[in-house]
Design a protein around this ligand. Structure first.
Ligand SMILES: [Zn+2]
Length: 301
């Protein structure tokens, strides 16, 4: 088959004879070119999408890596914190033991001071063996430990006050003799005055001994007088609190000054015979709320 194509070129009409085969070839080539363009364009579109997806994927991978790193850090820190909590729990167990011992020693009401309760999260060893603790568990542990510590603190501070008061009270209370060696030479009460022979009231106890012997504080306290006083010679006065004061008269030499704190049994002076005295002795007085009382009931304690 021959197809005559008439064209109008350069002002001349030409006719070209084209064979069917050539035409078919041209059509095929044209179609191929068209589809190549289509494929190219389509591929570019798909390529774009794929590119976006790739970006997304790498972003996700990156974020996953970051999350993993954060989780790892958090777990490491959590483990470290858990370890510290374990140590704190161990310390609390030791505190409990101490508290129990104090309560037992002080003979206090044990029902008021209950140090028996064991931390609810098991022992520290159990925690150390655990792999990793989850955050909610960890926070629970913290809360638990916090409230237990608070409870212990309250109990211990009450205990401390109780023991301190008792201790201070006991140690400051006048008790025992003001001498280590010597003897009771004059009692509290009416007696004839060694100088005038008249009946007078002796408001203390006299302990005789050798000159220079130890004169001892009969309780914890603060020195409120250290010097001469009429009738007493060299006098030391100690304030023990709770309304109690003790006096030690006729000393040869003083070892403490006003304002010094002294302990029960501490040497405060050397025995002498200063003031109205016939020989080396300690004139010992106990005052309660400003009144001189019979020291006999204190020296025996
Ligand atoms: Zn006396």
């Amino acid at each position: 088959m021959n197809i005559i194509l008439s064209t109008y070129m350069c002002g001349k009409a030409r006719s070209v004879e084209v064979s069917a085969i050539r035409l078919g070839l041209a059509v095929v080539v044209g179609l191929l070119m068209l589809s190549a363009v289509a494929v190219y364009t389509g591929t570019r579109l798909v390529d774009n999408e794929l590119g976006h997806l790739g970006d997304w994927r790498s972003l996700l991978t990156h974020q996953q890596a970051e999350i993993a790193a954060i989780r790892h850090d958090a777990e490491t820190e959590l483990d470290a914190l858990t370890l510290r909590i374990g140590k704190m729990q161990a310390q609390m167990l030791r505190l409990n033991a101490l508290g129990e011992r104090l309560v037992r020693q002080a003979d206090l009401d044990r029902s008021e001071f209950n140090f028996d309760t064991v931390p609810a999260v098991g022992g520290p060893g159990e925690m150390l063996n655990a792999q990793s603790v989850r955050m909610p568990d960890f926070l629970d542990m913290l809360d638990q430990l916090d409230s237990e510590l608070e409870g212990r603190q309250d109990m211990l501070s009450v205990l401390e006050v109780l023991l301190m008061n008792r201790n201070v009270h006991e140690r400051a209370m006048p008790s025992g003799k003001p001498i280590a060696e010597g003897w009771l030479s004059s009692r509290y009460g009416k007696r004839s005055d060694p100088f005038t022979g008249k009946q007078v009231f002796h408001k203390g106890l006299d302990f005789a001994g050798r000159k220079g012997a130890d004169v001892l504080a009969v309780g914890d306290g603060v020195v409120s007088w250290s010097g001469k006083r009429s009738g007493y010679g060299n006098l030391i006065e100690i304030n023990h609190g709770n309304g109690y004061v003790t006096r030690y008269g006729h000393n040869q030499h003083h070892l403490v000054e006003v304002g010094d704190t002294v302990k029960k049994g501490q040497q405060v002076a050397m025995m002498g015979s200063t003031g109205r005295s016939t020989g080396p002795h300690v004139h010992f007085e106990v005052l309660h709320n400003g009144k001189r009382v019979n020291p006999a009931k204190y020296i025996g304690k």
